[in-house]
Design a protein around this ligand. Structure first.
Ligand code: FPP
Length: 253
């Protein structure tokens, strides 16, 4: 079983994937949406506890109207198709972001799926939709200030007010499509995340590549600002040696 508990993915490269095939950008999103179920299933199979997928950023609202509306439709289609499987597989589904601007029927379906899976104890699946990391942090700060006008906020106070606190810190962030940036995604939660950038465009991303990334990263040593376990052991040995020498010199002198 993997030591990686929370994986976040920026599903990038749909537009370029389609362009290379002389198709409209939305074709890339359609093909990309087909990959999502495979990756969710694979995360579940690998014992990952939380999977957060960046499906639509606050900045994406400035894309052409037909592209924005196809993304809403794909979300709706995914939920209609997968709702019963999510329930059957004990997946706890949630959308994070400002979903109020989405079409009413999509918002209703999101809320229905969240309610139907609310008691699930398995994989925590999150879609970040109309989401921005800075606004998530500002929302938490403002909430705290309103609730506690004269107190100083701690890190725990902020963490507890994020959209989905129970998913915790991100262990691994994968970005497909070859770009190497984090694009306002889970800024607070990614403080110590391992970052992995693959050139594979999202429509070509497979469960097989996903699993090899997890296996590869599981072997990396995460130090959280500390020294490596190897260095730490070496330092302890050196300290013990030097104490022994000092003791012997003390006795002999
Ligand atoms: C970035 O690719 C991708 C998005 C903005 C949307 C990601 C959405 C999906 C994978 C489908 C949504 C599916 C569900 C189930 C919600 P891009 O268009 O910026 O690609 P580019 O960098 O090649 O232009």
């Amino acid at each position: 079983m993997s030591t990686i508990k929370h994986v976040a993915i920026i599903m990038d490269g749909n537009g370029r994937w389609a362009k290379k095939r002389f198709r409209p950008r939305i074709w890339g999103h359609v093909r990309g949406s087909g990959v999502v179920s495979d990756i969710v299933q694979s995360a579940d199979d690998q014992g990952i506890k939380a999977l957060t997928l960046y499906a639509f950023s606050t900045e994406n609202w400035s894309r052409p109207v037909d592209e924005v509306s196809i993304l809403f439709k794909l979300l709706k289609k995914f939920l209609l198709k997968e709702q019963s499987r999510l329930i059957k597989n004990n997946v706890h589904f949630k959308v994070i972001g400002e979903i109020n601007g989405l079409p009413e029927d999509t918002v209703t379906l999101i809320k229905e799926t969240e309610a139907l899976t609310a008691k699930a104890t398995g994989l925590k699946l999150t879609f970040a939709f109309s989401y921005g990391g800075r606004s998530e942090i500002m929302r938490a700060v403002n909430q705290f200030q309103i609730q506690n006008p004269s107190k100083l906020m701690t890190e725990d106070d902020l963490s507890a007010r994020l959209y989905r606190p129970e998913t915790g810190d991100v262990d691994l962030m994968i970005r497909t499509g070859g770009e190497q940036r984090i694009s306002n995604f889970l800024l607070w939660q990614m403080a110590y995340a391992e970052l992995y950038f693959t050139p594979t465009k999202w429509p070509d991303f497979t469960a097989h590549e996903f699993k090899s990334i997890i296996d590869h990263v599981s072997c990396r040593e995460r130090r959280f600002g500390n020294v490596s376990a190897q260095t730490s052991l070496q330092m302890s040995i050196e300290l013990a040696e030097s104490n022994k020498t000092n003791f012997v010199q003390g006795v002999l002198s």
